[in-house]
Ligand binder design. Sequence first.
Ligand code: KG4
Ligand code: ZN
Length: 330
Amino acid sequence: MKILGIETSCDETAAAIVEDGRRLRSNVIASQAALHGRYGGVVPEVAARQHLEAMLPVVEAALAEAGCGWSDIDAIAVTSGPGLGGALLVGVSVAKALAYAKEIPFIQVNHLEAHLYANWIDEDGEDRPPPPFPLVGLIVSGGHTDLVLMQDHGHLRRLGRTRDDAAGEAFDKVARLLGLGFPGGPAIEQAARAVAKPELRLPRAWMRGTDDVSFSGLKTAVLHVVRGESPPPAAEIAASFQEAVVDVLAKKTAAAAEREGASAVLLSGGVAANGPLRQTLAARSPLPLHVASPLLCTDNAAMVAACAFYRQRSAGWDLDVTPNLPVAGG
Ligand code: KG4
Ligand code: ZN
């Protein structure tokens, strides 16, 4: 079964074709990051307008890259939330129109759940076994940070979440404070490479007795360092900040996975592209770690198509966007 996925929840206009939830046939992503970089963050109206312009060429490119015609496509999957309302609306409207015109079913997908499904995609044609249930999954993106227990497809329970900033949001805000540009995650990772072991020690909020995390205190600590007398170089602060975020996320995820008796750990979402997070979690987790290539960690439509195959939640013409949809919702 070939599913065409469509993703427009934030600032990537993406379309992809995935066969049977696992085989990647095409993956096209038009990023608006350069455009929003001028403003230091994603401007919702600008994002929606850009999606409108890019959407159909991106869908056509996904079909061409896969060598598929419309007659090869069995269903269309689309992210209906969470995300920016106007941005989501473009993807959902286009998915509905195409499904109606081509007379094929369309499937609604939760963006956060989709991030987890990047780990089901077989990128290099090797037939690896799928991740084994039960799984503990960490979803770390620009807008969300959730730790979930996944007993089976569609059986998700949130164990913990951020009490304030999402991990990606913290990376973006700290990068802005340090004048490193947008998006902040890759900029901080890059700057931190120059520092083998930071001397600066920033605080960690452990939120003991819960699987929750919190990054606003860390962000404020960075602000005080930056505004203090003779602040260390930006690279030193970036490395220390990254070390603190990675330390908390890796320790809490590994502990939850062990406690829940999981068979493996899934790392997903844009921040999962971060090298030190991938390495530290792999080293600290007593269980096998599944993490996709960085291109499938940040927003893409292949994860949407993969998720749709396993979840098959057919949507009706009255499907609306849900900007604040929770991870185990909808
Ligand atoms: O999942 P995603 O592409 O979009 C949302 O659903 O939000 O995540 C974007 C977030 C941004 O905050 C970005 O700074 C962060 O992921 N990110 C990274 C890296 N690449 C992207 N954070 C840390 N290290 C990276 N290499
Ligand atoms: Zn995302």
